[in-house]
Design a binder for this molecule. Structure first.
Ligand SMILES: C[S@@+](CC[C@H](N)C(=O)[O-])C[C@H]1O[C@@H](n2cnc3c(N)ncnc32)[C@H](O)[C@@H]1O
Length: 437
């Protein structure tokens, strides 16, 4: 790690008193790698080193080139960040907004809880960061998520009082990332926390109108500065008299917020992970249903027929939701969304495939999202074939299969659709994702 700024040392010396030495020593240690398994994938594996008090967390590193990563069975996320999704823990059927979502750690965790019920709007303001968010969401394989590329202010025009839960993992001074990202140390200045706090309050002000009556908000940062944490939460509670703070259980070495015991802090000398702050807030008003104009299907009769033919031949169960096209691409949106036409959309629900001159070609995303028992035809490939396939090669078959579309599976989980022609599987692994394993 880079040398800590003097002003940082002085600030945390004062704040932590006798604990400061242990805190500074922990910042010299290596970061703690970890991952979550994905309960949406039907072929599970057992991994060692479980993180206590979590449903899916494990300590350790999983290669980004492994079949487990590429099929979305695991998502790498350090242990303290895992506590944010856990604090949010949406119930099935909820409408959830992840307001600052890229690259997707909290969103994929939320999707694990929702279990393909309800709706997640996963939003990221930066279009560059949105790309990795979409990739990570697709790999995770959920059918109930839309990715938007918007400011909170614009989102609020569409989603007034809509979300049962909003997770705001705020842009922050990133002190908790000092061990993982040397740049966070380089960028730190004494004045940075106050600047970040101003932005956090502004975004919260824009986001609050999207909270449903009786809804919940989880606010988190990966920094320790009280300005961006307890002070922002206290401001929020003062500004909106219908918001209350909810007590978070202090697990695995979490500590209470400073002067705000309901909130949780994670320091690496106490909690095995990086730095994090979490607060959970509840709108204490009575729940009240709000009706918003709904989105509509826009398929032509020919498109609807081509999709139905494909679905009848290849899928064992009909997919539920709203079908919409964007150009030649067909998407499935979760039921119950308002009309999204005023928003910049990065992923309009589950990408089902593409219409090509009188035929329908299934997408990579669909083959990742569906479990093999929901698909008529699948082919299991071994690890050597997996390595060749992800590098862009075709696969030679020893058995005979009728020509057509098959879901490819590795270790039991989908790796997209591919076409069998004679004794070969043609390569449909997206060019932008190819690599040499
Ligand atoms: C801590 S990161 C989010 C990490 C993410 N939740 C995860 O778990 O993978 C904060 C995000 O806030 C976004 N951001 C920056 N300025 C913003 C703004 N004005 N409104 C909304 N989001 C913003 C950043 O682009 C960044 O992706």
């Amino acid at each position: 790690m880079k040398i800590l700024p003097d002003a940082f040392i002085q600030k945390y010396q004062e704040l932590l008193g006798q604990e400061a030495a242990a805190f500074f020593a922990s910042l010299k240690e290596e970061p703690v790698p970890a991952f979550r398994t994905n309960p949406l994938k039907k072929s599970q594996q057992s991994f060692s080193c479980t993180i206590p008090n979590t449903d899916w967390g494990h300590y350790g590193k999983i290669s980004g080139k492994s079949a487990e990563h590429v099929t979305g069975l695991v998502y790498s996320q350090e242990p303290a960040a895992q506590m944010v999704g856990q604090a949010a823990a949406p119930k099935k059927g909820m409408r959830v907004l992840d307001l600052a979502a890229a690259p997707g750690g909290k969103s994929t965790h939320i999707l694990s809880y929702l279990d393909n019920t309800g709706i997640l709007v996963s939003n990221e303001i930066s279009s560059k960061r949105c790309k990795s968010l979409v990739e990570n969401i697709e790999r995770f394989g959920a059918q109930n998520v839309v990715v938007t590329n918007e400011s909170a202010q614009n989102l609020a025009k569409t989603f007034r009082h809509y979300f049962d839960l909003i997770v705001f993992d705020a842009p922050c001074s990133g002190e908790g990332m000092f061990r993982k990202e040397p740049e966070a140390v380089r960028n730190w200045q004494d004045s940075l926390p106050a600047k970040c706090a101003d932005l956090q309050k502004q975004i919260l002000r824009e986001a609050i109108p999207m909270l449903a009556y009786g809804g919940q908000l989880v606010y988190s940062t990966c920094t320790w500065s009280p300005e961006e944490n307890e002070e922002v939460v206290s401001w929020l509670l003062q500004e909106y008299d219908y918001l209350d703070i909810v007590e978070l259980p202090k697990l695995n070495g979490m500590t209470e917020g400073i002067g705000l015991p309901e909130a949780a802090r994670m320091y690496p000398h106490r909690f095995k992970g990086e730095g994090q702050f979490i607060a959970k807030i509840k709108d204490n008003r009575d729940e009240k249903a709000v009706s918003l104009p709904r989105g509509k299907s826009n398929l032509t009769r020919e498109e609807a027929q081509l999709w139905q033919e494909f679905a009848a031949k290849h899928l064992k169960r009909p997919l539920k939701g709203l079908l919409q096209t964007f150009g030649a691409n067909l998407y499935l949106l979760p039921d119950g969304l308002p009309d999204l036409s005023g928003l910049k959309i990065a992923r309009n629900g589950l990408h089902l495939g593409t219409f090509k001159k009188k035929r329908f070609e299934p997408s990579f995303a669909l083959g990742l999202a569906l479990p093999k028992h929901d698909i008529e035809q699948s082919i299991e490939i071994d690890i050597e074939q997996f390595k060749r396939y992800v590098s862009g090669d075709i696969i030679f078959l020893t058995d005979t299969y009728p020509n057509g579309w098959y879901q490819l599976c590795v270790k039991g989980n989908g790796l997209g659709f591919a076409k069998v022609v004679g004794h070969t599987i043609k390569n449909y692994f997206p060019k932008g994702l190819r690599f040499y394993a």
